[in-house]
Design a protein around this ligand. Sequence first.
Ligand code: BES
Ligand code: ZN
Ligand code: ZN
Length: 514
Amino acid sequence: MFTLKKEDPFASSQECMLIGLYDQPEKFSGKLKTLDDALNGELTKLVKSGDISAKHEAISLVHTFGKIGIKRLLFVGLGKGKAGDDVKTAIGQACKKIRGLRIDSFAIDLDTFTSQKISVNEAALIFSEAYQLSTYDFSGYKQKSNEPEMEINTIDVYTDESSSEIESFLQVGRAYGEGTNSARTLVNTPGNLLKAADLAAYAKELAHSYALEVEILEKEEIEQLGMGGLLAVNQGSVDPPYMIVLKYQGKKEWEDVIGLVGKGITFDTGGYSLKTKDGLVGMKTDMGGAAAVLGAMEVIGKLRPEQNVVVVIPATDNMISGNAMKPDDVITSMNGKTIEVLNTDAEGRLVLADAMTYAKQHGANYLIDVATLTGGVIVALGLDKTGALTNHEDLFEEVLLASQEAGEFIWRLPYTEKDKKRVRSSAIADLNNSPGREGHAIMGGAFIGEFAENTPWVHLDIAGTATTKTAHALGPAGATGVMVRTLALFVENHRSEKEIENIVKNGDITKKTK
Ligand code: BES
Ligand code: ZN
Ligand code: ZN
């Protein structure tokens, strides 16, 4: 898809070239000066007249009328370019515009996107990720699509810099973008077309493509292992449940294992604690956590970091029938803890309980669960913030750093002894799955914490962030693929306690500045 080019970018005969424009003094310098000279000072005039703007995300399309080889120049305003994220969204807007031009290739001058803060390598990564994310489209099931039929197959990337790593940075950005887009597609797919069996088949295919180990537990094995949470939620369904496991081993030994656990409810009716007719719409997205961990595993499979990762996904829908679980039922989870079901719509925590236990059995030393778990997190934090809970400061700090690098906002909720008491307050069982509406995003996380036990754990509630109602610079309305990039970055950057100790001992860096 990308071809690196060292020659004079403006001599090419491309249909369109993307150029970044930082908010800078009137006079052009460097490559922009060369371009302006070739166009007899026309660019300076257009900037003065306001026809080309350096305002953040402003798009200006200019024809060159045969004065240079390239037919059209697409300028994108980068403003003051304070952060990589600003450059990313600006590139996203520009790529959306290019997609609408109905051309099958374009060029970018990467050097116009670099700054004191952004190296050419970073610019390459930002560009290729933003390109993937912003041009994503879920074509859906319409007989006739309105979208342009033209696909872009080649992008010429021009730079004068002599970094040998640009190519691999382009590939890394692409992997992050593609992993996120795969998660988006899973989430956008309706419940009748993506059942637990389909999620399992998808995981198998992923394993095949990226040489991962895969284990798919079927109902009989799930019963033998006593996964009472997953079985209870599946009880009302005509479709069988699956427990999906993927393993990636990047270290010699199976140690220091990161467990990524994702809620895989392919449709959530609420069960006998039935949702309202409005509440039901959109519940095909209740496997957003599963999609996030699968998307992250795709990135990991492509980039192959020196880490060990196990992904565990409990997959089923949550339906109603004569067999379905009922409020007041008591069930026994895989680790032996009994649970009083007070609300069948709090099903995510029931299936995740078993998945957490199973991830630990597979050797997970760290656990991160991702789930569209509660409406409560939306009430607490809105639609653009992922809620977090943790039992381990250092692990949370690592996840937070990764989320900041990914530009995915996380906000930590309190998790106290009183919260633990509330999930343990059942007259007839060890736990109850719904201690009431007060702080119920915390209750959801606290319940899952009972199954993390002493293993370092971070809970991520993406009920608000897994989807968006409006199109944005880096994607359309619908599924966002949230947490794919945070999780993959976390895995790539992760250092075990032992590794940190060694680094600190050698005096290279301190633990805090890791
Ligand atoms: N899948 C829902 C949470 C959800 C709500 C996801 C809105 C996406 C958008 C979850 O299973 C659920 O129903 N949670 C209940 C929990 C309650 C019964 C304790 C909720 O949040 O109301
Ligand atoms: Zn529910
Ligand atoms: Zn749910």
